[in-house]
Design a protein around this ligand. Structure first.
Ligand code: ADP
Ligand code: MG
Ligand code: MG
Length: 478
């Protein structure tokens, strides 16, 4: 793959002595400001290590950054409307859920709760829309996906501009700071939680974070707790796994979710987005109990379903997006879509399968999963489609045109890695955070609140930071 490069913010390589010195400072800055994660290999709650980061901020075109920022409220509203259009969700997910048990389980809860009567009409969305630049298309941004559950790294990346400023000053380039946008994702995301808490309107109520058995990405999560505790000292936050929620909560006669004798105002999921997080029926029971309750869910199950890859693909079909977004805004949204195709067991699915088998490198095959590491790339797209060609199983996937981002050069700083690191070719993915609060008929709040940049080695297919592949970064606007 030959891809052109964007110029890095400073000429590379840096002088070796300067580099070693500044990395030592940067690592300490990172550790002392919580740009960290727990160690996966030697897990202990007594220490954190630096999260992988890119030493110098990576270049990003200002016009494209601004475009993504300005689009976020439009996308928030789009997803909100999709989540409240029962017919659209039902129709869109029908084929996938026949062959995807996880999506089917979520869907069943959605149907059950609707049939019983929804106890809480307000939903809270802390969303993140992700983009890669499409190099063959003048580096214009294309949407990778839209996350409606457990969108992470808003908190840590809010600290990154300050880290980059420190590093640039150490290198004698303090003047470059003006090209780095402030990032207030943390306070923005937390304001979503506290605004939802206020809408719930019960002074004794608590906030519940749904967490994994082991939280490696602890800094990002804790910063939300610290921020809320600072701005709203009266709000108590509990962290519980789905299994603990099964054991420790109950629904009272008002359908309040009760924990420790107190009603839960807001349930914020940082877990619950992948099958492994539901090892038994108890976790599904817990999820159902939460959904049945009056707690404001972040996300509601309908937001989670709206965030599936299948919905992303369906919105790209002719006329579908325009059902939800009218006028000039729909053209702006369509412009960020790349080729997306259903693999349903019908003629058009058949054509998509043939197209991808003939030219596998042009596509990515995606199942209805979150959290990274689930997609299929390159020659494996062909193998997978040849295997699934005559099986309904293929409807569990969507086919997406592969985006070809420009390369940038930089240094990745990783815990335990030799210093100085080599200059490497990298690729950046921009995420824009959005907050929305509303019911089917009324939107109380809808805003863009910040961004994150995540940069991976150019030859890695995926770049999840939590998955150990990517590195945290900040945009340097060109
Ligand atoms: P997940 O919900 O698991 O994060 P994504 O759709 O974001 O799934 O895919 C994971 C990663 O795969 C992305 O962060 C990106 O690096 C890569 N990727 C996904 N779609 C594309 C695409 N169309 N072109 C190029 N890379 C992609
Ligand atoms: Mg995702
Ligand atoms: Mg992703």
């Amino acid at each position: 793959m030959s891809q052109a490069r964007l110029a890095s913010c400073l000429p590379l390589p840096l002088d070796q002595k300067v580099l070693v010195n500044v990395i030592e400072k940067a690592k300490d800055w990172a550790l002392m400001h919580g740009v960290g994660m727990r160690d996966r290999k030697n897990f202990t709650k007594d220490s954190i290590q630096i999260a992988p980061f890119v030493l110098l901020p990576s270049p990003f075109p200002r016009t494209e950054f601004t475009k993504a920022v300005e689009l976020q409220p439009v996308l928030n509203e789009l997803m909100h409307k999709v989540a409240h259009d029962d017919d659209f969700l039902e129709h869109t997910l029908q084929n996938a859920l026949q062959v995807d048990e996880f999506t089917a389980n979520l869907y069943d809860i959605w149907v059950k709760v609707r049939n019983e009567g929804i106890a809480q009409s307000v939903s809270l969305g802390l969303f993140r829309s992700d983009y890669l630049m499409q190099h063959p298309d003048g580096n214009r941004i294309k949407q990778v996906e839209f996350n409606t559950i457990a969108s992470s790294f808003g908190a840590i990346t809010s600290h990154l501009p300050a880290m980059s400023r420190y590093i640039l000053r150490q290198l004698g380039h303090g003047d470059m700071i003006k090209n780095m946008p402030e990032n207030r994702a943390l306070s923005g995301l937390c304001s979503g939680i506290t605004d939802a808490y206020d809408l719930f309107g019960v002074p004794t109520a608590i906030v519940l974070f749904v967490v994994e058995e082991v939280s490696y990405n602890i800094c990002d999560q804790r910063f939300h707790e610290f921020e809320i505790s600072e701005t709203r000292p009266e709000i108590q936050i509990y962290r519980k796994t789905l299994n603990e929620i099964y054991e420790e909560t109950e629904l009272n006669d008002k359908k309040q979710l009760v924990l420790d004798g107190r009603p839960v105002a807001v349930v914020y999921y940082r877990s619950g987005y992948e099958p492994a997080q539901y090892p038994s029926n108890r976790e599904w029971e817990a999820r159902l109990r939460v959904e049945r309750s009056t707690a404001i869910k972040c996300p509601s199950i309908s937001y989670q379903l709206a965030g599936t890859k299948k919905v992303q693909q369906a919105l790209a079909a002719p006329g579908a997006l325009e059902r939800f977004v009218r006028g000039a805004a729909s053209a702006r949204v369509r412009d960020i879509f790349t080729g997306l195709y259903a693999l349903d067991f019908d003629d058009s699915g058949e054509r998509a399968v043939d197209m991808a088998i003939a030219d596998a490198e042009r596509f990515v095959l995606k199942p209805q999963r979150e959290g990274g590491g689930n997609n299929v790339y390159g020659a494996e797209v062909r193998d997978a489609l040849l295997r699934m060609r005559h099986s309904r199983e293929r409807a569990a996937y969507i086919l997406m045109e592969r985006i070809l981002p420009p390369l940038v050069q930089g240094y990745v700083v990783r815990p335990g890695a030799p210093v100085p690191p080599p200059v490497v070719d990298l690729v950046s993915e921009l995420g824009i955070f959005g907050v929305i609060i509303g019911t089917k008929d009324k939107i109380y709040s809808n805003k863009q609140v910040g961004h994150m940049l995540r940069t991976k080695l150019a030859d890695a297919n995926e770049g999840g930071v939590a998955a150990g592949l990517g590195a945290l970064d900040s945009p340097y606007l060109l």
